[in-house]
Ligand binder design. Structure first.
Ligand code: FPP
Length: 235
């Protein structure tokens, strides 16, 4: 296999450990999230440099709505600020921006900003950055089942293939992740891409998200290149 085949097409990241990063420095949790935005920028750059085509980031889960209101507000404001500040850079670097999740729970103002950046970057081809916001894997499967059954009816539903069902998930058209990274030492999937990670390689690192930068991203890709993917078969 040559080197280019070993670059994952889709890398997904559960960004974890912002709170612990801040606490270790005697700072408020918010400081960890702010530093975490710097890591987002770094991995977007690293994905461009390495030729990864899809980079997805779990920024806010459906369960995260249960955090204190002030922290939720901060995370939503950071998202808004990032959109305002990064749109031009995305366009300049040919990067498409996509937000997936239960958008009905986001504010009108944030939804408008997201739609604006998605529309402006829709033609970009070099890299697609997907931010999962108000997302959970079980929610995705349920909304797909509801949409599919309303559209297809019970008969077609009963014989629906896995491939055709996938078209109703919010990730329709996006290849499943080849590599899923979770930072901060936690080793669980936390209701993330449950259907889509059926054959994904998992990589857990103790590095906290604010410390996960280009070097760590490239080391993760090197580890991926050493993995032997068999998809349940014998090689
Ligand atoms: C997990 O750390 C991190 C989050 C819930 C939010 C991640 C968000 C950002 C990095 C900023 C905004 C994102 C974008 C795409 C601009 P935690 O708070 O669960 O940390 P802990 O487990 O140490 O408490």
């Amino acid at each position: 296999m040559d080197n280019t085949e070993r670059i994952p097409v889709h890398v997904s990241i559960i960004m974890d450990g912002n709170g612990r990063w801040a606490k270790a420095r005697g700072k408020e949790r918010v400081a960890g999230h702010m530093e975490g935005v710097g890591s987002v920028r770094a991995v977007v750059e690293a994905a461009c440099e390495t030729g990864v085509k899809y980079l997805s980031l779990y920024a806010f889960s459906e369960e995260n709505w249960g955090r204190p209101a002030a922290e939720v507000d901060t995370l939503m404001s950071l998202m808004m600020k990032s959109i305002r500040e990064e749109c031009a850079t995305f366009l300049k670097n040919d990067i498409r921006f996509v937000v997936l999740g239960n958008r009905a729970r986001l504010s009108d103002k944030l939804n408008a900003a997201i739609d604006g950046m998605m529309d402006q970057t829709a033609h970009c081809k070099r890299l697609t950055v997907i931010v999962f916001l108000s997302y959970s894997g079980k929610w995705d499967i349920l909304q797909a089942a509801a949409k599919a059954s309303a559209e297809l009816g019970p008969e077609a539903m009963a014989t629906l293939s896995e491939e055709d069902f996938s078209k109703y998930l919010v990730t329709a058209g996006i290849p499943d992740p080849d590599l899923l990274i979770r930072t901060s030492g936690e080793q669980r999937i936390s209701n993330y891409l449950l259907w889509q990670c059926a054959y994904t390689e998992f990589l857990f690192t103790d590095v906290l998200w604010p410390d996960f930068r280009k070097e760590e991203f490239k080391a993760a890709l090197a580890e991926y290149a050493r993995r032997d993917r068999r998809y349940g078969k014998v090689k």
